[in-house]
Ligand binder design. Structure first.
Ligand SMILES: Nc1ncnc2c1ncn2[C@@H]1O[C@H](COP(=O)(O)OP(=O)(O)O)[C@@H](O)[C@H]1O
Ligand SMILES: [Mg+2]
Length: 175
């Protein structure tokens, strides 16, 4: 079987690579490394050729680094450089290789580190009919939890101190 990883060398993707390599080794799976190189906004045309070529080159270099890391761990790899948006590219690759799992970082290059999910994991969680593993980047934990606590009252509602109290009639027994 196989595991598909979206790899763009962003901090989230780097940590996701470590998990993917470990899982692929444990399960004896092939690791499919995907880079989606569709230009932002989908602009195409001869005048943008240099731009496309540069994106493809960034992708090839990123995938080479990931292949080295996987090979060093004894994991077999397949590389897919796909001309599509990241979420679509990952879904296609997962279909093609019948992946048991799609792995992504929770964010990419975005400076908005307080956001919980980048757009790729968000779309995959909605669209994929296969399991999706979202791996937070190393230095994400504390700042994100603080941001979520400040931004979202619903997170607080789920916290222990907000748990529903027993109905009045049962309260004396329960307390
Ligand atoms: N061009 C891409 N090719 C392959 N995977 C990608 C690409 N862009 C993003 N990803 C995957 O999606 C994760 C989240 O990135 P993204 O959705 O772009 O977040 P952000 O919105 O913060 O840039 C990355 O860690 C990576 O695993
Ligand atoms: Mg991005």
């Amino acid at each position: 079987m196989s595991i598909v990883l979206g790899y763009d060398e962003s901090p989230g993707a780097r940590r996701a690579l470590g998990y993917s390599v470990d899982l692929a080794r444990l399960l004896g799976d092939t690791l499919v490394l995907v880079y989606a190189d569709e230009p932002p906004g989908g602009v195409r045309g001869e005048e943008f050729k240099a731009h496309f070529d540069a994106l493809a080159e960034i992708g090839r270099t990123a995938l080479e680094h990931a292949v080295e890391k996987a090979k060093a761990a004894g994991v077999e790899t397949v590389v897919e450089l796909i001309d599509a948006k990241p979420a679509a590219a990952l879904l296609d690759a997962a279909e093609k290789h019948d992946a048991r799992l799609i792995v992504v970082g929770t964010w990419g290059e975005s400076p908005l580190r307080g956001a919980i999910l980048g757009s790729t994991p968000h779309k995959l969680l909605h669209w994929s009919n296969r399991p999706v593993l979202c791996v937070p980047a190393e230095d994400k934990a504390v700042s994100t939890v603080t941001a979520v606590e400040n931004a979202s009252p619903t997170v607080k509602v789920a916290g222990p101190e907000m748990r529903k109290r027993p109905k009045k009639a049962n309260r004396s027994k329960a307390e």
